[in-house]
Design a protein around this ligand. Structure first.
Ligand code: NAI
Length: 281
């Protein structure tokens, strides 16, 4: 894989583009507007400068030179692999896959999604090549966390899964686990009910946010507590993943608590907006 496209340059897309460029690949990021493309570039620049100052890369500028930031999806035409990392909205994502199917020229190209919870089959089925569609699910922050979940749908070609594995393990230096195409895959199926339980505990007045988080950090050796983690994931994304899990399994443990819904309504989305369960500068 040499020519990689990333659609959506937010929290995840900018990270996926960064690790791809750091692996020496030719990367194009497509965003929805010039301002969003500029923001994606800024996010990646900051992250690369941090990596440079820690001695993890020689030159942020050299890595950045491998990435183009664009707004027209047509630039994806020559890509061998396109990874979609736009907002977690099934309708918007399926439209994007319809568009990519028309634009990406090579019949061997892989169309991947970084979705946290939307069934891959739903994205594959709107294209003329569902056998080339796969979930490649990274974890946040992408440059730091090693795990990638590989999620073939029931009709994904096994060769595509192996090519995706070679890309994430061989080229990006990540470690892959294999998951079936069920909402939430392995990690979010376990993690999201835990985070939602913490929100319900806080909402009921049972304990403060600080004490819930401190409890899990000091008592269960988690690197951060569940409410701080929700702020990091983004409360909108947390809610969207919970809704996909609930839609798939109809289990109360996956239903978004009212406080989460109200916080998202209020625009309190966590770190990315400066306020969630905690306030950030
Ligand atoms: P985000 O909100 O930070 O970024 C989404 C980006 O997509 C925005 O910059 C937006 O301008 C752009 N966008 C929206 N529609 C677009 C379109 N049609 N064309 C091009 N760009 C478009 O969201 P985030 O957190 O990066 O999530 C992206 C995907 O990654 C979602 O599917 C999410 O479920 C998944 N994910 C999120 C994780 C997290 O911890 N936040 C972890 C793993 C996966």
């Amino acid at each position: 894989m040499q020519k990689v496209g990333v659609v959506g340059g937010g929290l995840m897309g900018s990270g996926i583009a960064e690790v791809s460029a750091r692996a020496g690949l030719d990367v194009i990021v497509v965003e929805s507007s010039a301002a969003a493309a500029e923001a994606a570039k800024g996010r990646m620049t900051k992250s690369l400068e941090r990596a440079e100052s820690k001695g993890k890369i020689d030159s942020a500028a050299d890595v950045l030179a491998k990435v183009r930031f664009e707004t027209d999806l047509a630039v994806m035409a020559d890509r061998e692999l396109v990874i979609e990392a736009i907002i977690e909205d099934e309708e918007i994502k399926t439209q994007l896959f319809r568009d990519l199917d028309k634009i990406v020229e090579s019949p061997d190209a892989i169309l991947a999604s970084n979705t946290s919870s939307i069934p891959i089959m739903k994205l594959g089925v709107v294209t003329s090549r569902p056998e080339k569609v796969i979930g490649i699910h990274f974890f946040n922050p992408v440059p730091v966390l090693k795990l990638v979940e590989l999620v073939p749908s029931i009709v994904t070609d096994p060769d595509v899964t192996e090519q995706a594995r070679a890309f994430v393990e061989g080229q990006l230096g990540k470690q892959a686990i294999d998951c079936q195409d069920r909402a939430g895959f392995v990690v979010n199926s376990l993690l999201i009910p835990f985070v939602l339980s913490a929100i319900r505990m806080f909402e009921s007045g049972f304990a403060s946010a600080e004490d819930i988080d401190r409890g899990m950090v000091l008592g269960a050796a988690h690197p951060q507590g569940p409410l701080a983690l929700a702020d990091l994931i983004g409360l909108d994304t947390t809610k969207a993943v919970a809704e996909s899990l609930y839609a798939e399994f109809k289990e109360p443990l996956y239903s978004a608590p009212p406080l989460l819904n109200r916080m998202v309504d209020a625009g309190l989305l966590g770190r990315k907006t400066g306020r969630g369960f905690y306030t950030y500068n």
